[in-house]
Write a new protein. Structure first.
Length: 187
């Protein structure tokens, strides 16, 4: 009996698998500019993955645009055996999490400095809403937070204007997918 418990404890400590539902915003428009789903930064995914990404061009370089996702775990367990239900816990945690629309712009090259001067808006219905927070991490990453309830917004259009010229207009629609992820010990 003791050996069986040690084996189970080792399997859980060495890695785990989860089955979850990921709700996110899918970019719409030209399919040649949409890529995804990508593998997560940690672990490996068997089904699903990170949200779809819109690839925009600026100064002949690629800018990746993604909108936030909510992860709702349903099952947890050792590798290849996601059998323990955990969803009631996620409902309790979600009640305490801030529910705002977030959009990320990123680039592998340092080209996002002009975007610090750009005016961003999320068009929800007929209203253009400015971000409450613009966080820039150098020239590679910008995070925009809009005062819009993420859970209540099914569609929006991200708009960016620079020096009176519109440089980005990307529509997004809320959608979801199931994901089975194997998490590795080095995560």
């Amino acid at each position: 009996m003791r050996l069986a418990l040690l084996v189970v404890a080792f399997l859980v400590a060495a890695g785990c698998s989860t089955v979850d539902r990921r709700t996110y915003y899918q970019p719409l428009g030209d399919q040649s500019n949409i890529t995804g789903p990508k593998e997560p930064f940690c672990g490996w995914t068997n089904i699903g993955g990170a949200p779809d990404t819109y690839i925009a061009s600026f100064a002949e370089q690629q800018i990746l645009i993604t909108a936030n996702q909510d992860i709702h775990p349903y099952l947890f367990g050792p590798w290849f055996a996601s059998v323990v239900p955990v969803f009631p816990i996620t409902w309790i945690i979600e009640a305490s999490v801030e529910d705002q629309l977030e959009v990320e712009l990123s680039s592998s090259k340092p080209i996002l400095e002009p975007f610090a001067k750009a005016a961003f808006a999320a068009r929800v219905g007929s209203k253009n809403i400015s971000p409450t927070s613009v966080v820039s991490a150098g020239d590679h990453f910008i995070n925009l937070t809009f005062p819009v309830k993420d859970s209540a917004t099914t569609e929006f259009v991200l708009i960016a204007t620079l020096e009176g010229k519109q440089i980005i207009e990307v529509p997004f629609k809320r959608t979801a997918r199931w994901v089975w992820t194997q998490w590795t010990p080095n995560c």
